[in-house]
Unconditional design. Structure first.
Length: 337
């Protein structure tokens, strides 16, 4: 099969063929070669390649094929294929990682959120963890600027999933974060909506505060682009099956559509230890006691059993599950509704 792929690619490239058929064939070859090369780590069978129409495929294989086709899923480059060591040179010596935390917001969190989370929740446990930790970051922008998860990947060697709905921003994620699972879609629609509509309007501006129309209100009157939209729960269960469906850290920053994402997660099947959820933006200021989205998020997380901590990091709440191995020091008091 590899020889056939090479002959096809060579023929198209040598002729500089730009016909629709040739371009389509090249895309199929690239997509399915990527699927085949990574199938062992994701338990995706070769039926994905042989049965691209979904006939005779398992439900998992059908979902994985959908992620590749619809959500623009790109799996991690195998770590043994990356020359850079973990921790990276930019990190500095463990456990302080002064080098990394000396970087500015263009390469890490905007307001030292990554440093605070690490020092208060993960520092004591990071060296004793039997397997690398896991993370999710939704609203990944370009994977570097204002990233709340890059430290965990580059310095701690954790494995995670980055989601960025804005198509131009997603190209930066692909360039900057080869070791992460990556998807570009809006994880804010239920199955019924996805079946009927498949896409949802998203602000067509490559900015850190872009988002869904009606939620990222700064851009509501600006041009929109339709992006894929679907439920997030199945994605989490499939991508993190290798970790027993456990996620250590989840950063959620989607400019007012946080409740739509949380509503698509089945907390009974996925164990998420620590959340950091943005609760303040231009249209939901901290001084605004009537911000509906913030109140809904807090009520949802408390109803799921999480302990809520307010005011510890700028613009976000911290939520810790009572069964999480990572707990805040007792000097921090959980807030109540």
């Amino acid at each position: 099969m590899e020889d056939a792929h090479q002959r096809l690619v060579g023929a198209c490239l040598l002729r500089r063929e730009r016909s629709g058929v040739c371009i389509l064939l090249l895309l199929v070859v690239v997509q399915f070669t990527l699927l085949l090369s990574y199938s062992s780590s994701l338990s995706v069978s070769c039926n994905l390649v042989a049965n691209s129409n979904g006939v005779g495929m398992s439900e998992l294989d059908q979902r994985m094929l959908k992620y590749f086709r619809s959500y623009h899923y790109v799996p991690p480059v195998r770590k043994d294929g990356i020359v850079a060591p973990i921790p990276g040179k930019e990190c500095g010596a463990a456990p302080a990682f002064a080098g990394f935390f000396g970087l500015d917001h263009r390469q890490r969190s905007a307001n030292n959120e990554d440093k605070w989370i690490y020092q208060n929740l993960f520092l004591e446990n990071s060296t004793s963890m039997v397997t690398p930790g896991t993370f999710v970051e939704i609203g990944a922008f370009n994977g570097m600027q204002e990233s709340n998860s890059r430290f965990m990947e580059v310095c701690l060697g954790w494995e995670g999933l980055l989601v960025e709905g804005q198509p131009t921003n997603y190209q930066g994620v692909l360039r900057n974060r080869p070791l992460a699972h990556k998807m570009s879609f809006a994880p804010s629609c239920d199955t019924q909506y996805e079946m009927r509509n498949r896409t949802i309007p998203f602000s067509n501006y490559p900015m850190t505060n872009s988002g869904l129309k009606g939620h990222a209100k700064t851009y509501d009157t600006k041009p929109m682009v339709d992006v894929p939209c679907g439920p997030f729960g199945p994605v989490l269960e499939d991508i993190f099956a290798f970790a027993g469906k456990q996620i250590n850290f989840f950063s959620l920053d989607v400019e007012g559509s946080e409740m739509l994402v949380l509503g698509n997660i089945d907390f009974s099947t996925i164990k998420i230890c620590v959340f950091m959820i943005e609760i303040e933006n231009q249209h939901c200021k901290r001084s605004d006691s009537n911000c509906e989205v913030r109140q809904q998020v807090r009520e949802k997380m408390v109803s799921e059993g999480y302990m809520m901590y307010q005011g510890l990091v700028p613009k976000s709440d911290i939520y810790v599950h009572p069964e999480s191995p990572f707990q805040l020091p007792t000097t921090y008091q959980a807030a109540h509704l």
